[in-house]
Design a protein around this ligand. Sequence first.
Ligand code: NAP
Length: 284
Amino acid sequence: MAQIIDGKAISAKVKAQVREEAALLKKQGIEVGLAVVIVGNNSASRVYVNNKKKACEEVGFTSYEYALSEETTQQELLELVEKLNKDDKVNGILVQLPLPNQINENAVINAILPEKDVDAFHPENVGHIMIGDFNFLPCTPAGVMELIAETGVDVCGKNCVVIGRSNIVGKPMAMLLLHKNGTVTICHSRTKNLAEICSKADILVAAVGKAKFVTPDMIKEGAVVIDVGMNRNEDGKLCGDVDYAACFDKAGYITPVPGGVGPMTIAMLMKNTLTAAKIKNNIQ
Ligand code: NAP
């Protein structure tokens, strides 16, 4: 039977640490600020943005919300990013994705100053992560690494399989596991023998976006199973990529959805924003 990796509890610990450090900065007259930009009426994006604002309150940051209409042009959004780049009160800029079709996401990501890019999506930060010399890590993969660390399982020398190769989850996830000396395989929609590859993983990270994609035959007995997926099941309830109930007995450790990776992503965003404020103020 698997041990549940409690993302809610672990994220609360991370946020408590951030809150402590933010309070120390406040004593030195330094306010930490995060600008959150949302464009359009995507209901999932609204939930994420609200959660991020709530987390800012919890840790003692000031959040600045910019809610723009669905019709916002790329130029208008770039002008806002430029304004936030220059705003001293803003340590981190988060533009909630996805953006409406008329806006090129890469153009917006590239416009954010790398030192305010708390999502770590800017090519400069991606390059730093590749080299292993970074200030920020992308929030979801960084959160997954914390969850794995909490199990006590050492990544070094383990067979690690990541399903998914997106720029925001799969690729950086693989890189972070590699930095910890895991032997990493990345699977995607063209992978042959996917189930067989996954079934050899000591650590399996699913970032596919398909409910019940990972079934017990794809899991090695006792494996660490991390479920990044956020999907809706047939009843409209939030669920991950892993068939949780079916895999529970076979996995060694498993993350639930909700209450696994999701809360960690937000906690790591808070950590990155704190880091941005510390770097700006030359604080170690
Ligand atoms: P994405 O950009 O759609 O990438 C999905 C990946 O899954 C792609 O690399 C795709 O392969 C692969 N894939 C799709 N079908 C497959 C199949 N049948 N077999 C093997 N691989 C397959 O999604 P994403 O942004 O990485 O997000 C993945 C999931 O994580 C989503 O459910 C998303 O909502 C969730 N998410 C959660 C958090 C969180 O905080 N919990 C944060 C971010 C994302 P190809 O590249 O070949 O198409």
